[in-house]
Design a protein around this ligand. Structure first.
Ligand SMILES: [Zn+2]
Length: 281
């Protein structure tokens, strides 16, 4: 299976004309905007960045690391352009009132310990927020769902989840076992999606608002399971236009190669990119 979640996305400028597609208007420009529908008009889909690890390593075959200095450069670029990095819960709140302009979602999947040292000080220095999606069955463990060729890196413990939450970082669920959810059986969906939410809520003492699909893998039943479990939103990666919504927010992979020029390209062509992805998926 393709490891969508961890595979680098096309590094080159996305082809494309921006086509705003159908789907229900959400939030935004009209009076009394509502988020009752969980489909999103492309115009309202904010830029959401997907990171994993923030660390300097010798070997990174899945290209899931950015160095702390590269991350700092990327966050400084956002601020220089009048953009503010926020967690996805805050982004959803802003979308509800049509005030998402200038906000960029920042997400970290898997819950690597190095996010605490490599990213948190940088986020704080800019006054930015972020969401970290952790794998509840691996707290204090390693990313052992990867195949043997991938380096093993430590994942945050329950205590470190508390530390992140206390620092103002939103904690979301990335499932219990980091398994793909497209085609999953109901019992597995319920466990991966629902049990992980309950476990995290018990650790940090607040409701868990968001989920991120491992490998970006989901289907209509997975989205329904996320909704049924009480989440407000879920992050995916590439999302078909017809599936796009609060239960399937598209994200853009950001990697070590993404210097300021590439950040600019990704920002400006983002909507065209996700529209095209949506048509092709
Ligand atoms: Zn993951």
């Amino acid at each position: 299976m393709t490891d969508v979640d961890h595979a680098p996305h096309p590094p080159q400028p996305f082809p494309g004309v921006v086509h705003e597609q159908t789907v229900h208007a959400v939030g935004g420009l009209g009076a009394a905007p509502q988020l009752e529908a969980d489909r999103l008009h492309l115009r309202h889909v904010p830029l959401i960045l997907m990171y994993h690890a923030v660390v300097t390593v010798a070997r990174d075959p899945n290209k899931i690391c950015v160095t702390p200095s590269r991350f700092a450069e990327q966050m400084a670029w956002l601020e220089r352009h009048g953009l503010r990095g926020v967690g996805i819960g805050m982004l959803a709140d802003a979308m509800r009132t049509g005030r998402q302009h200038g906000l960029v979602g920042i997400t970290f999947d898997d819950g690597y310990v190095n996010v605490i040292e490599g990213a948190l000080p940088v986020l704080r220095s800019h006054g930015f927020g972020a969401t970290v999606f952790v794998v509840t069955g691996r707290l204090g463990g390693t990313n052992d769902w990867e195949d043997g060729s991938a380096p093993s890196w430590p994942l945050v413990s329950a205590r470190q989840v508390e530390t992140l939450a206390a620092a103002g970082i939103e904690i979301g669920s990335h499932g219990v076992n980091h398994v793909p959810l497209a085609g999953a059986r109901p019992a597995e969906l319920s466990s991966e999606v629902g049990a992980s939410r309950a476990q995290l809520a018990a650790i940090i003492g607040t409701e868990i608002r968001g989920f991120a699909y491992p490998y970006g893998s989901m289907d209509a039943r997975a989205r329904q399971a996320v909704r049924d479990a009480g989440y407000e939103y879920a992050c995916a990666v590439d999302v078909k236009a017809s599936d796009k919504g609060l239960m399937a927010l598209p994200r853009v992979y950001i990697g070590q190669q993404d210097g300021v020029a590439r950040m600019a390209v990704k920002r400006h062509l983002y909507r065209g990119y996700i529209a095209i992805k949506g048509r092709r998926s």
